[in-house]
Design a protein around this ligand. Structure first.
Ligand code: AMP
Length: 206
């Protein structure tokens, strides 16, 4: 299954992507995670990425496409994959269309006030588990960190860019009849059930 999970920053893409990836045994490909790894390594790509990420801006499409092309060559992508945070522009979606057949795009729709609380409150533990100081605080003794770009100014810029770029991508996939919209601000288990029912329908329809 080749899937895309879409949503504004904070919509819960990363959280649900991890569960889908485990349940369907397909890799979770997050361009944001790949870029953060490069930043942590201090590579040339990481240095370039950091300057964009710190301002909440998108990296140039050609850099992202090269990353994706390389990633899709890896063995674990043979039975499908799940994109999170990609494609972020219409050009990325069009380029992706030439190298992959996407079966379903699931959009997690959320209101902005929830997104801002989720992002400003997001804390990440060393094992990657995501907590939130407002909704799901980390247990005492668990060390967490905050993403550099989860500050209010950068969050507003990331949301602005998301809404600017989202509509043409949505129209692109709506024309292909594989776009599904669900609420991303319901209870986590309800959201996941809704995702599963879409994915099970895809499997049935094959
Ligand atoms: P994310 O973890 O998906 O919120 O991404 C964090 C940051 O990485 C974004 O604000 C962008 O600076 C960069 N980024 C991630 N994915 C992409 C993409 N597909 N295209 C351009 N920039 C991206």
């Amino acid at each position: 299954m080749n899937l895309i999970l879409m949503g504004a920053p904070g919509a819960g893409k990363g959280t649900h992507a991890k569960d889908i990836s485990k349940q369907f045994s397909i890799p979770h490909i997050s361009t944001g995670d790949i870029l953060r790894e490069e930043v942590a390594k201090g590579s040339e790509l990481g240095k370039t990425a950091k300057s964009y990420m710190d301002e909440g801006k998108l990296l140039p499409d050609d850099i992202i496409i090269e990353i994706i092309k390389g990633r899709l060559q890896e063995d674990d992508c043979k039975n499908g994959y799940l994109f999170d945070g990609f494609p972020r522009t219409l050009v990325q979606a069009q380029k992706l269309d030439t190298i992959s057949r996407i079966e379903s795009v699931i959009y997690l729709k959320c209101d902005d006030d929830i997104l801002i609380k989720r992002l400003t409150g997001r804390r990440i533990a060393e094992d990657g588990r995501i907590y939130n100081i407002y909704f799901d605080p980390p247990p005492e003794g668990i060390k967490t960190y905050q993403r550099d770009d989860d500050n209010e100014e950068t969050i507003r810029e990331r949301l602005r860019i998301f809404y600017d770029t989202f509509t043409p991508i949505m129209e692109f996939y709506k024309k292909k009849n594989n776009f599904h919209e669900i609420r991303g601000d319901e209870d986590r288990t309800v959201v996941y059930e809704n995702i599963l029912s879409i994915l099970k329908n895809i499997q049935k329809g094959r």
